[in-house]
Design a protein around this ligand. Structure first.
Ligand code: AMP
Ligand code: MN
Ligand code: MN
Ligand code: MN
Length: 283
């Protein structure tokens, strides 16, 4: 069974349209797919339509990847299998305003460093005003300021660098609650990507559990076998459900293609256990 519960479209910082994602999913034999754009559900209707029009052998799961604050950290919280995505609109609007304001500030910082008309250009790259840092990274590459996206982050866009702007995203607790109100499951995305020590990561998972969180992403696109083992163990320790997703952003942008991430370890309880998906899942 090929399942991918984490990917992005051009409604956030992905490169592809929902229509293209459906075609790629089918080409790769993906049977279950969740589109999880950052702080928006704007692509969900389009991907459903594209799937129906193509009569694709693909089951869609409504998703979102919320940017949340926990202590002084920024975390990503997946909302999966949302029954009423529109319930999230209030929170989404709030995040969208924060994102727009942050984009203006990042643009100002880059202008102080000598770039011109940054806000206008970054909106052109994104094709909308739901701006994420990778859009700025792409602009920096296009303008020849850096050689690649990674360097753009390393020199300008990550915490402590000149164009980093701290933002008061919604709290992890609010995120979990909103996802639950929308009928979904709240899952900590890519736990090994925050640069936490083991102690800090467990403290974070403790807080997630205390907030009513449902699970963690045991397998993410860039997980090592060792990390997968450790996250499977964390699932047991916290009685969490386990999720699996590629975090695909686009060909050339992501190392991992859609649906190509490693399988969940045997000892995990999959997050999809009550979604009516059989282990041998045929459609
Ligand atoms: P934002 O939500 O606007 O802060 O952007 C976060 C996104 O930036 C993540 O979802 C990744 O797609 C991307 N990202 C974050 N850190 C890096 C990095 N070091 N290199 C490349 N992309 C990154
Ligand atoms: Mn992203
Ligand atoms: Mn993420
Ligand atoms: Mn993601």
């Amino acid at each position: 069974m090929i399942i991918d519960l984490h990917c992005h479209s051009h409604f956030s910082d992905g490169l592809h349209s929902p229509h293209e994602l459906v075609q790629m999913a089918v080409a790769r034999g993906v049977q279950y797919l969740a589109l999880t754009d950052h702080d928006t559900v704007a692509g969900l209707e389009g991907i459903r339509k594209a799937c129906q029009e193509a009569n694709a052998p693909l089951q869609l799961i409504n998703g979102i990847e919320l940017t949340v604050s926990w202590k002084k950290q920024v975390l990503h919280l997946l909302g999966l299998h949302l029954e009423q995505p529109e319930t999230l609109n209030r929170l989404i609007n709030k995040q969208h305003e924060l994102r727009k304001e942050r984009a203006r500030q990042i643009a100002e910082q880059l202008e102080e460093l000598g770039m011109e008309q940054v806000f206008e250009q970054v909106q052109d790259i994104a094709g909308h005003d739901h701006i994420a840092r990778p859009h700025f990274a792409r602009l920096l590459v296009e303008k020849g300021w850096v050689k690649d996206i990674q360097t753009a982050f390393k020199r300008y866009l990550t915490r402590g660098k000149p164009a980093y702007v701290p933002t008061a995203w919604v709290s992890m607790e609010e995120g979990v609650e909103a996802i639950h109100q929308a009928g979904g499951l709240a899952v900590l995305a890519h736990p090994c990507q925050y640069g936490f020590t083991r102690t800090k990561l467990y403290e974070c998972m403790d807080a997630l559990k205390a907030s009513g969180g449902d699970g963690i992403e045991v397998v993410s696109g860039d997980s090592s076998p060792q990390q997968i083992k450790e996250m499977a163990k964390a699932c047991e320790d916290f009685d969490f459900l386990a999720s699996s997703g590629s975090d695909f952003h686009g060909t050339g942008l992501s190392k991992m293609a859609m649906g190509q991430q490693a399988a969940l370890p045997e000892n995990c309880r999959p997050v999809w256990q009550n979604w009516g998906i059989e282990e041998q899942g045929s459609l």
